[in-house]
Design a protein around this ligand. Structure first.
Ligand code: ATP
Length: 330
């Protein structure tokens, strides 16, 4: 289905909000939206606290200087929130009515797939809304990368490198739990870049005996005595796993849960550039009155896709990356 609701003319004012979990690069996306719009004589309201702020009319008029010095900052200056009332039509209508009251004729929503469902609802109620994928999980199938993923990946690799130093010095095994919410890209990419002897992600069949114990015992015989095992969050108790590894291989093992440090920090160059490109493209769509689209990067090209189609796309597993990990991290 290709809904492209169009406005009668170029909007005089648009809004921008961040929603769901924060991700490094969200600020760079806000900045790109604000500056591209102002450059085209479109006023911009920044909506605080995601959809809750929209319902409450909690907005601030943005200008060029309000987005100064945020390009390199993690988090989001507009704050982000999870808003229960936006799941139902009543809350969505309140949001739409507030847009009409404040003169918001188009909206950019920076967030994950839940946030895009809200964007779809708002478009259906007459406010063209465009989604920009901002989440560290890289769990939005229609885009090769989401804003924040590469920064989080660098954070994880930095942590793994540090753990490796101590694992190497003590001949230990480090079991590292990384974020991912059912999507293993962060774990998988981190394992390839950080030298994970095994990488356990939710999407694949995994056998601890075969994929960790046997592999470690085989590798021990080649003279390697320190190991990194990367595990996506929510699959298993990594402390119990470390204990099991120690008991079965004789290699002293410790688990580290990286947790929320993965969500913060300065966005890397890739995320800043991705956010800038996506923010620019989002405004170009709204300028034409086009909503119900998600901005995506595919083969390094920025383009856009129908939100309904985007939300229906099944998740993909990067089997090639898995094969590479298993082939070279031995
Ligand atoms: P993350 O990557 O952090 O999970 P997300 O955007 O998927 O980001 P959610 O908590 O799923 O995070 O959604 C953010 C907000 O979007 C919700 O709090 C709610 O306000 C709105 N939202 C989510 N799902 C829907 C839906 N089905 N209909 C309308 N609004 C929704």
């Amino acid at each position: 289905m290709n809904e492209r609701p169009t406005l009668k003319g170029k909007p005089k004012m648009i809004g921008v909000l961040t929603s769901g979990g924060d991700a490094p690069g969200m600020n760079a996306a806000i900045r790109a939206v604000v500056r591209t719009a102002i450059n085209r004589n479109i006023r911009v309201l920044g909506v605080n606290n995601g959809y809750q702020g929209l319902i409450d009319g909690d907005v601030i008029e943005m200008d060029l200087r309000k987005v100064s010095n945020i390009l390199h900052r993690g988090g989001t200056i507009l704050k982000t929130a999870r808003c229960k009332s936006f799941y139902n039509l009543e809350g969505q209508k309140k949001g739409r009515n507030m847009c009409l009251e404040m003169g918001i004729e188009g909206l950019v929503v920076i967030g994950g797939d839940g946030s895009f469902r809200g964007a779809k609802a708002l478009t259906a109620l007459g406010i063209p809304t465009v989604g920009i994928p901002g989440t560290i999980d890289n769990d939005i199938s229609c885009t090769d990368y989401t804003i924040g993923f590469h920064t989080a990946l660098n954070t994880v690799i930095d942590a793994i490198d540090r753990l490796r130093d101590t694992s190497e010095s003590h001949n230990r095994c480090s079991v590292v739990e990384v974020m991912g919410h059912g999507k293993g890209d962060l774990a998988l990419f981190a394992s390839v870049a950080g030298g994970g002897t095994a990488c356990w992600i939710n999407e694949i069949g995994f056998n601890v005996e075969r994929d960790i114990i046997y592999k470690m015992k085989t590798t021990l015989r080649t003279g390697k005595h320190n190991f990194i095992i990367v595990v996506s969050e929510g699959i298993t108790d990594v402390h119990a796993l470390a204990k099991e590894i120690q008991e079965k291989t004789g290699v002293e093992s410790r688990a580290t849960v990286l947790g929320h440090i993965q969500r913060g920090g300065q966005p890397c160059a890739f995320d800043r550039i991705l956010a800038s490109r996506m923010g620019f493209h989002a405004v170009e769509l709204l300028e034409q009155g086009i909503g119900n689209r998600v901005i995506v990067i595919q083969n390094d090209q920025i383009t856009d896709m129908d939100i309904n189609e985007a939300l229906e796309m099944p998740g993909k597993v990067n089997y090639k990356m898995l094969e590479i990990n298993n082939a070279i991290n031995i």
